[in-house]
Ligand binder design. Structure first.
Ligand SMILES: Cc1ncc(COP(=O)(O)O)c(C=O)c1O
Length: 386
């Protein structure tokens, strides 16, 4: 009741702000858009403040060097290199394996294929061949027959990319068996194997394995520091000495070689030491959110499908579309993303707890009860064009 009163007061404020032509600023703000929205904790900020730094482009930043050594050791690889973002790190990885005219194989939902601004083609002259397979994953049956013959008409199949956890694939986790199977197939066919592990540690926690279990199965792995681990920026690419040296050159070419990067590497070391095990809480909160919204008429979700911190759900078309629902949720201080015409994504992270996600589920219920489509009016959002 107190909560409903709180929301109604906020709506009054929102409406009067709108009538004054201002952007409304609701008091409640539960941001479930992504795990990238986290802000560094006080302890992480202290680690940043105390970081020893040097010129990383000359290999002289002791904190970056320590972080890279930690990552390489964790994954049982020879080397690691710090990158500005997951996109940069993926693109550095694939460029270390491929030459112009080569092709990579990836699930059709893969980030590398869809959300990296055409990076493989633009930065490395690489063709992306997308494969339709369940949950954003790839298995041997999906890959069989996809390696192109040695023929002057064809590009050269060079690389297989997997995403773990899958993002648009639904936050799903590859089991260790599955990775072992695909890795053996990739090696038998003399291809290279890259993992987009933007949320690798979510996968490891949910899948019950370690970085050391997965490292030997892959040629390169990119992990993001700025997602579930809660750092302000950064990614790491791990691989062989040779691949990482090549990736370092690409990082320079892509404009991502930094100077006193120890400032951000210190945050990552803090996250490795403090923020990995707690990812299990994000998974529990995601499940609690999924269970709560599964009770709402017009919301389509199977909570048993939720494996990590990403919750995708669909909204019945007769109620309105995802973009309209996202708009009303935002006016009420709950932020989620439209992931398709009827599909929304909510993501749990370090900066939201169980009471936040349950409150967000309540606001979602209110939006549906109030008739969000009529309140918001026509909107197709970023995923549909007339
Ligand atoms: C699976 C996956 N790979 C790569 C990235 C790219 O990371 P960044 O935003 O740091 O470039 C993301 C970001 O959301 C992602 O979800």
């Amino acid at each position: 009741m107190a909560y409903r009163h709180h929301v109604e007061c906020q709506l009054d404020t929102v409406e009067s702000a709108v009538s004054r032509g201002q952007t409304p600023m609701p008091e409640t703000r539960i941001d479930l858009r992504s795990d990238t929205v986290t802000k560094p904790t006080a302890a992480m900020r202290e680690a940043i403040a105390n970081a020893e730094v040097g010129d990383d482009m000359s290999g002289e930043d002791p904190t970056v060097n320590r972080l890279e050594a930690m990552a390489a050791e964790m994954f049982g690889k020879e080397a690691a290199v710090f990158a500005c973002s997951g996109t940069q790190s993926n693109q550095m990885g694939l460029r270390s394996h491929c030459s112009p005219g080569d092709e990579l194989l990836i699930n059709e939902t893969g980030h590398i294929a869809n959300f990296e601004a055409g990076g493989p083609a633009v930065l490395s002259g690489v063709t992306v061949r997308t494969i339709v397979a369940a949950d954003g994953k790839l298995d041997i049956a999906d890959l069989e027959g996809k390696i192109r013959a040695d023929n002057q008409h064809l590009c050269v199949t060079r690389l297989v990319c997997v995403e773990n956890t899958t993002n648009s694939g639904g936050g799903k986790v590859y089991s260790l068996d599955h990775l072992e199977r695909v890795s053996a197939w990739v090696r038998d066919h003399d291809l290279k194997f890259h993992m987009d592990g933007a949320r690798f540690f979510n996968a490891a926690i949910a899948g019950g394995y370690t970085a050391g279990d997965v490292g030997p199965l892959m040629d390169t792995i990119s992990i993001c520091l700025s997602k579930g681990l809660g750092c302000p920026m950064g990614s790491l690419l791990v691989g062989s000495r040779e691949e990482v040296a090549s990736a370092r050159r690409s990082r320079k070419l892509f404009g991502g070689a930094l100077r006193q990067a120890g400032i951000v590497a210190a945050a990552a070391i803090h996250a490795f030491e403090n923020h990995i095990d707690r990812l299990a809480e994000d998974h529990t909160n995601a499940k609690a959110f999924a269970n709560a919204i599964a009770e709402i008429d017009g919301v389509c979700i199977d909570p048993n499908e939720i494996e990590t911190n990403l919750v995708f759900f669909d909204i019945a078309a007769e109620l309105g579309n995802a973009s309209q629902l996202v708009a009303l949720l935002k006016q009420k201080g709950v932020i989620m993303g439209a992931a398709g015409p009827q599909r929304l994504r909510a993501c749990t992270h370090l900066d939201v707890d169980q009471s936040d996600v349950l409150q967000a589920a309540g606001v979602l219920q209110d939006c549906i009860a109030e008739g969000f489509a009529e309140l918001v009016g026509p909107s197709t959002g970023p995923y549909a064009r007339g």
